[in-house]
Design a protein around this ligand. Structure first.
Ligand code: ADP
Ligand code: MG
Length: 315
């Protein structure tokens, strides 16, 4: 459905996207995951024909985005990072306007009504866009992308800046859309992508560092590999004790909230469970373990992991 081959984009001497290739099959929801500045928006702008690549090709449903831009673009609905909304229009006026702009040929009233129903924006149809909440604005932006019923949807950070309830709503809308569309969605937050995507392409500094199904990637970067523990006892000795446990890779002292009590962040090897060992040893020394919790690894940790794996030749 979408084929990206050896795509490169340079801004002057800065290489924002560095020779990336991937494919998206029909009906897939692909997550494009990477920290800020990784090259996600640049890639999406090239995929949608808003930006030309320095090198490489993009075909959408068999149409080359450079050689056959009109046909390629007709297959895509795009929600850019900054949704192209006109604040002084009502939702109705805006969607009408976008319908004309896209030269849509589907029955106007019925088509727009259907989109508003799917996006759950019927109740704000007559309101000015500038008076809508961020969540509604985002849904109007997505509605705009759906005009013309394009088979491919490209959504750039669709949940950024939304509150948790709005995020859940947008996620479930994306899942609904994924039933009838091929979707690429970007985010810098792993759980965001995990929740909705079948497959994840991880991009870092313009390069793809992982391309896996969500299940495979989650297994590789197991979530329970970092513990935060709070222990009452002398900081140096406690650090040494934790470091001495089999399976511990790294110990960092975080802070002290009460006198004599410190928090430590403990990274453990894949498959290791140090909790019992830690408890027993601390008990032997008479240093109480006050709390222990697993911590989700951050994207940064995942990148470090991925890079170590690649450099270490473990893949
Ligand atoms: P992301 O969407 O993953 O946060 P971007 O694609 O926006 O990343 O940016 C990738 C890199 O390219 C960043 O280092 C950014 O500063 C740079 N960049 C983006 N747009 C431009 C531009 N128009 N001119 C110069 N550099 C740019
Ligand atoms: Mg971006």
């Amino acid at each position: 459905m979408i084929e990206v081959k050896n795509l490169t984009k340079r801004y002057g001497t800065h290489c924002a996207v560095n020779n990336i290739s991937f494919q998206v099959e029909e009906g897939q929801i692909l997550g494009f995951l990477g920290p800020n500045g990784a090259g996600k928006s640049t890639t999406m702008n090239i995929l949608t024909g808003y930006l030309s690549p320095t090198d490489g090709t993009v075909t959408i449903n068999g149409h080359d985005i450079l050689e056959d831009p009109n046909k390629a673009k007709a297959n895509i609905g795009y929600l850019p990072e900054q949704p192209p909304l006109y604040p002084d229009m009502t939702v109705r006026e805006y969607l009408d306007f976008m319908y004309d702009l896209k030269k849509c040929v589907l029955p106007r009233k019925r088509h727009i009504a259907e989109i508003c129903k799917v996006m759950k924006i019927e109740d704000v149809y007559g309101r000015l866009i500038k008076n809508l909440s961020k969540g509604y604005k985002q849904r109007v932006g997505m509605a705009q992308a759906l005009i013309g019923n394009p088979p491919v949807l490209i959504l750039d950070e669709p949940t950024v800046g939304l509150d948790p309830n709005q995020i859940i709503e947008i996620r479930s809308l994306i899942k609904v859309l994924g039933k009838h569309h091929t979707v690429i969605l970007s985010s810098h937050i792993l759980p965001e992508i995990e929740a909705v995507c079948d497959r994840i392409v991880v991009i870092n500094e313009g390069k793809i560092v992982a391309d896996d199904t969500t299940a495979e990637l989650s297994a590789k970067v197991s979530k329970d590999r970092r513990l935060t523990v709070s222990i009452e006892g002398p900081v140096k000795e406690v650090t040494a004790l934790i470091s001495g446990i089999n399976g511990v890779e790294k110990v960092v002292t975080l802070n002290s909230r009460e006198t004599g009590v410190y928090e430590y962040s403990v990274d453990v090897a894949e498959g290791a469970d140090i909790r019992r060992d830690l408890f027993t040893r601390l008990a032997q020394r008479g240093w109480p373990l006050l709390s222990s919790k697993s911590q989700t690894m951050s994207l940064e940790d995942i990148f470090i992991n991925l890079t170590i794996r690649q450099n270490g030749g473990m893949q």
